[in-house]
Write a new protein. Structure first.
Length: 412
């Protein structure tokens, strides 16, 4: 049995083992674990709770005696099932919470069988310290470029397109398993906060800090997940590309992108009900009445979350109540205040607005969707790869671009 020490997150990729085994209880494993680990618990959730209770209320000796019997029983079960087909050359890495009794007992039995076992010194806690140091205690060295725009401007699609073109991207919504809005929950739910941070640290480790990393602009929370301080600080200071699109085109894209809601009236009603803090009861009731009849398209176009989106583009716009007009005014004021605050806090952001050549439209604020398509091509050219065709949703947005053909990649 050989001790193994992690000194950096990059050490995980260099581990010379065949399988990483987490012997903690299933509930602990579900909260977070080392990337690629499998769960072979030596104590179930109920058994762990029972042993812990005996340890505190009876005596540590009795707890260890009962726990030892359960660990031996469960280890024997794993030897007869999950590990039954492992040959003599198989090499596992074993860990528990802190590299103590559970992983030590399991590793001792595997070592006696004849396998060359590595035991993680410090257990899961040693790995978690490295994640916390990377995301909480150390400024991020990566050069981030944010993709910003209203809901329905296909920001995530653009991010995926850039990835296919060879650019470095960080898909926060994918890691958080959430589309970022009140309607953005997906099947399977979100991971635990610690699991998200492990995924984030794993995604950041192979990225080259010298190259631009494209990230979709998010708030400090994605669903129930909170972005770590180091990442949030880097995003606030990063320059950004804004994607603009007509409101009708955004509504059409959202109806297709959120087809899990538009095909399930009951689920759509539940999500609409969560808007009660922001809209009058009459408006919520009207939306819920229309959703079973699939009459939600017009109402998807009638409100704007940005003051420049011109709701009048939707010909079927309905008259708004006084409460809705007041809500619109409050939302517009919040957006303008937030935009001015971002500009004031980000010198790069301001410089790219005010310092653009007089002969050309600023390339960072705002950038029309055709410029986003050109950004894909410029990024692909920088990496020596051919860009794949852009998503069809951008096809109707190409008119109106008046900037240089390819300067985003260079300016980034």
């Amino acid at each position: 049995m050989t001790p193994c020490t992690l000194t950096a997150l990059s050490d995980l990729a260099a581990l010379d083992v065949d399988t990483i085994i987490d012997v903690r209880a299933p509930m602990e494993f579900a909260e977070d674990h080392l990337p690629g680990a499998i769960n072979l618990p030596v104590l179930s959730d109920a058994q762990r709770a029972e042993v812990g209770t005996i340890y505190k209320q009876v005596s540590p000796f009795d707890a260890r005696k009962i726990g030892g019997a359960l660990v031996a029983q469960n280890t024997g079960h794993h030897l007869q099932t999950a590990l039954a087909d492992k040959g003599g050359s198989w090499q596992p890495l074993v860990y528990c919470w802190r590299g103590g009794q559970r992983s030590g007992a399991f590793s001792t039995i595997l070592d006696q069988v004849g396998w060359r076992v590595q035991l993680l010194r410090g257990g899961y806690r040693s790995y978690r310290r490295l994640v916390v140091a990377a995301l909480y205690d150390t400024p991020m060295p990566h050069r981030l470029m944010l993709i910003e725009g209203g809901t329905g401007t296909a920001k995530t699609r653009l991010l995926h397109h850039l990835a296919k073109a060879g650019a470095q991207v960080l898909d926060l919504e994918g890691l958080a398993q959430h589309r970022g809005s009140l309607f953005g929950a997906v099947d399977g739910g979100q991971p635990h906060q610690k699991m998200f941070e492990s995924r984030l640290a794993q995604a950041l480790t192979p990225l080259d800090p010298a190259q631009v990393t494209w990230v979709e602009a998010e708030s400090s929370k994605i669903g129930n997940i909170t972005l770590p301080p180091a990442l949030w600080a880097a995003m606030r200071a990063a320059p950004r590309v804004e994607i603009a699109a007509p409101l009708a085109a955004r509504a059409d894209f959202l109806c297709r992108a959120y087809d899990d809601l538009t095909t399930d009236p009951a689920l759509l009603d539940d999500r609409i009900d969560r808007l009660r803090p922001y809209h009058s009861a009459e408006t919520i009731a009207a939306w819920q009445t229309q959703s079973p009849a699939r009459a939600w398209v017009c109402h998807a176009c009638r409100r704007a979350d940005r003051p420049t989106l011109r709701p009048a583009l939707c010909q079927s716009r309905q008259p708004q109540s006084r409460a809705d007009r007041a809500a619109d005014a409050r939302q517009t004021r919040r957006y303008l205040l937030g935009r001015d605050r971002r500009r004031a806090e980000n010198p790069v952001y301001v410089r790219r607005i005010e310092g653009a050549p007089a002969s050309s439209r600023p390339m960072i604020w705002p950038v029309r969707p055709a410029a986003a398509n050109r950004a894909c091509a410029a990024s692909a050219a920088a990496f020596g790869k051919a860009a794949s065709s852009p998503p069809a949703v951008w096809g109707s947005w190409k008119s109106g671009f008046t900037g240089p053909a390819a300067s985003i990649g260079a300016s980034a």
